[in-house]
Design a protein around this ligand. Structure first.
Ligand SMILES: *Cc1c(COP(=O)(O)O)cnc(C)c1O
Length: 345
C-alpha cells in the first residue's frame, strides 16, 4: 500500500468510527429533528464559547456562510494572500456574496496584527470600499501549518472590533493549533465573531465542518445553507463520526505534529534550504525546492514510483501532511523514500 501524505483528508474511517455511524440516532435535520446533529452543533459551539453552530458538508461552505453574515455585497473582507478563502474556494466570496477581498502578504502566513490593520478602511464613505471583516487562518495551510500567536490574534481582534471590523477564524485545523500551542478552544473562540472548523482533516471524519457564531447569525446561515442546496436530512450518521472524532482524535494530533517534525529534521539534514524544522510546528511539511535542482512535480513523481504520494503545490513547492493513517514505521519509510528521491539527481 502506498503511503499517502498529499493531505490529512485522505484518512479512512476506522471500524470504531463506522460503528458510531451505524448506531447514531437520526432524524430529518432540515426540520431540526436530528438529535445527533443537534448535539454536535451544541457541543462544538460550547467548546468555542459561542451560542450556536451549524453542521456543513465542507469547510468552504462553513467559511462562505460565515463571511456572508459579516460582509454585505460591495463591502470588503481582508485575508492573507495565500489563505484558503482567497486561494482555494474558487472565488466563492465574489461569486455568491458579492464580497470584495483584499489581501496582505505574510511570511509563512504568520499573523502580525499590524499588517491587516494597516490596510483596513472602516466606514470608507461613499467613494471607497469599506472593510467589514478580517479573516485569520489557524493553522495556516499554505503557510506550512503555521500556528498563529494568540497575542497577535488578541491584538488584532481588540483593535479591529474597536474600529467596527468583525473577525472570522478559518479554523479548519484549529485542532492542530490547539495541540501545539495549548491555547484553549474557548480562548481562540472569544476573539472571533464567526468560526469554521473541519472534522474531515486531522480528526479523521469522512465528511463534515461546522460554522460557529451567535444564534442570530447561525439562524441566517441556516437559511443560506438551504438556499445553496446543502440542507441535509438524516445527516446524524455523519455528525456521529464528528462526535467520535472529538472524543478520540484531538489529543493524538500531537503524534502527527511530531512525525512532521521528524521528517523535517531528516530532510533538513540533507539540505538545509529544503525546510527549517523550527518552522514545522504542526502536521504540514512544506518543501522549498528552488535551491536543490529538482521541481516539485519531478519530486512527487519520483516519490510516487517508490510508493509515497506527496503534493506538488507550486513549481518548486511540495507539501507533505501527516495524519491518523500514518504511523512511525511508515514515517521511517517515507523519510527513506524522500532521501532517495532527493539525492538521485
Ligand atoms: C481544507 C480547508 C478548508 C475547507 O476545505 P473543504 O475541502 O471545503 O472542506 C478551509 N480552510 C482551510 C485552511 C483548509 O485547509
Amino acid at each position: 500500500m502506498a503511503i499517502d501524505l498529499r493531505s490529512d483528508t485522505v484518512t479512512q474511517p476506522t471500524v470504531a468510527m463506522r460503528e458510531a455511524i451505524a448506531n447514531a440516532p437520526v432524524g430529518d435535520d432540515v426540520y431540526g429533528d436530528d438529535p445527533t446533529v443537534n448535539s454536535l452543533e451544541e457541543r462544538v459551539a460550547a467548546l468555542f464559547g459561542h451560542e450556536a453552530a451549524l453542521f456543513c458538508p465542507t469547510g468552504s461552505l462553513a467559511n462562505q456562510l460565515s463571511i456572508r453574515t459579516l460582509v454585505k455585497p460591495g463591502e470588503e473582507l481582508l485575508v492573507e494572500t495565500r489563505s484558503h478563502i482567497v486561494r482555494a474556494e474558487l472565488g466563492a466570496a465574489a461569486t455568491f456574496s458579492g464580497i470584495t477581498t483584499r489581501t496582505w502578504p505574510a511570511e509563512d502566513g504568520l499573523l502580525r496584527a499590524e499588517d491587516p490593520l494597516a490596510i483596513a478602511h472602516e466606514n470608507a464613505g461613499p467613494y471607497l470600499v469599506s472593510t467589514k471583516a478580517i479573516a485569520v487562518e489557524n493553522t495556516h495551510n499554505f503557510g506550512g501549518g503555521t500556528v498563529q500567536p494568540i497575542a497577535e490574534i488578541e491584538k488584532l481582534s481588540v483593535a479591529a472590533r474597536a474600529r467596527g471590523i468583525a473577525m472570522h477564524l478559518d479554523g479548519a485545523r484549529i485542532w492542530n493549533a490547539h495541540v501545539a500551542s495549548q491555547v484553549s478552544f474557548a480562548e481562540y473562540g472569544k476573539h472571533f465573531d464567526t468560526i469554521s472548523v473541519c472534522l474531515s482533516k486531522g480528526l479523521g471524519a469522512p465528511v463534515g465542518s461546522l460554522m460557529i457564531s451567535t444564534k442570530e447569525r447561525i439562524q441566517e446561515a441556516r437559511i443560506w445553507r438551504k438556499r445553496y442546496g446543502a440542507g441535509m436530512r438524516q445527516v446524524g450518521i455523519l455528525a456521529a463520526a464528528g462526535h467520535y472524532a472529538l472524543d478520540h482524535n484531538i489529543a493524538r494530533l500531537a503524534e502527527d505534529n511530531l512525525r512532521a517534525q521528524k521528517i523535517a529534521v531528516a530532510l533538513a539534514a540533507i539540505d538545509s534550504s529544503l525546510v527549517d524544522p523550527k518552522k514545522v510546528v504542526t502536521n504540514i511539511v512544506g518543501l522549498e525546492l528552488s535551491k536543490v535542482g529538482i521541481t516539485a512535480g519531478e519530486l512527487a513523481s519520483r516519490c510516487k514510483e517508490a510508493g509515497l504520494w506527496i503534493s506538488a503545490l507550486g513549481p518548486h513547492y511540495a507539501r507533505l501532511v501527516t495524519h491518523l493513517d500514518f504511523d512511525d514505521a511508515q514515517c521511517d519509510q517515507a523519510i527513506e523514500i524522500l532521501k532517495g528521491a532527493l539525492v538521485a539527481k
